[in-house]
Design a binder for this molecule. Sequence first.
Ligand SMILES: Nc1nc2c(c(=O)[nH]1)N[C@H]1C(S)=C(S)[C@@H](COP(=O)(O)O)O[C@H]1N2
Ligand SMILES: [Mo]
Length: 319
Amino acid sequence: MLIKKTTANEITSSEITDHKVYVNRRQFLNSTAMGVTASLLPLSLSAADNTPKPTFLDLQKSTLSTDDKLTSYKDVTSYNNFYEFSTDKYAPALLASNFPDKSKPWRVTIEGECDKPGEYDYDDLIRPFTLEERIYRFRCVEGWSMVIPWVGFPLADLIKRAQPNSRAKFVEFTTLYDPEQMPGQSRKVLDWPYTEGLRIDEAMNPLTLLSVGLYGQELLGQNGAPIRLVVPWKYGFKSIKSIVKIRFVESMPNSAWMKAGPREYGFYSNVNPEVDHPRWSQGRERRIGEFLKRKTQMFNGYGEEVAHLYSAMDLTKHF
Ligand SMILES: Nc1nc2c(c(=O)[nH]1)N[C@H]1C(S)=C(S)[C@@H](COP(=O)(O)O)O[C@H]1N2
Ligand SMILES: [Mo]
């Protein structure tokens, strides 16, 4: 992460459409980064480098967006699950405000069953991709939900560049392990580092996003800076934050939550009002900012796009 002009808590909701922070940052990158880091770019060879670089002014609006009313920027950035910082939902906004340490490079390793593995600086990793704004519903397993204008690019675009081989049946993601920056990791709440996984066809689905921002701004620490997953038809915990590793594997990976509670958290974790969590109903949800609960929709309302992925499966068994 090269520069940061402002911090989240200085941004008021009336300023959320002001993209200056991003634009400055991208212009800076465009003018300086290419020459210096070109040799570190195993994925961004030739052709892609001649295409216009994404700027946050040029954000493409995605046709996959919902027109549900947005959750406020304040709620999206102050009510968070990020156990590496705290199990208290209001604490990550305070404890992660300077995360990640801007003086340290953020590297993402791509490895496993693929022809183009590599280790990338964050800026090099995202440069080849066109950033989109996508308004997605996001539902937590505990029955709250938000509607968030994410900024990101399809995970499929990155996967295609990595060229997975025929043994790549699943993708495993890993969060940074650094107890000095993430105080919650000094307590064994989960088996750190946090890991998650998707089946390769789920990972390739056009809805699956690698997010680097929201509300037109760079991601804040509490939302999983600098890069996190967003899988809108699955419960929130699948959307792993602060990713440092993406690994193609042959067999189904075990996630941090599956290890913590195999009866409560399955690999698929599709939003499903018919399959309750052992300790609570999944039939209704509270949209943050609303008073009355609403009925939860199958696949969080994205059935048309994803139901075919599970047509042959018993979803009470594969929860
Ligand atoms: N590394 C990591 N990723 C994580 C979590 C976490 O504790 N650690 N929490 C998950 C859960 S339970 C939810 S609901 C979402 C919350 O994302 P948000 O804070 O941006 O709303 O992040 C998910 N990703
Ligand atoms: Mo969650």
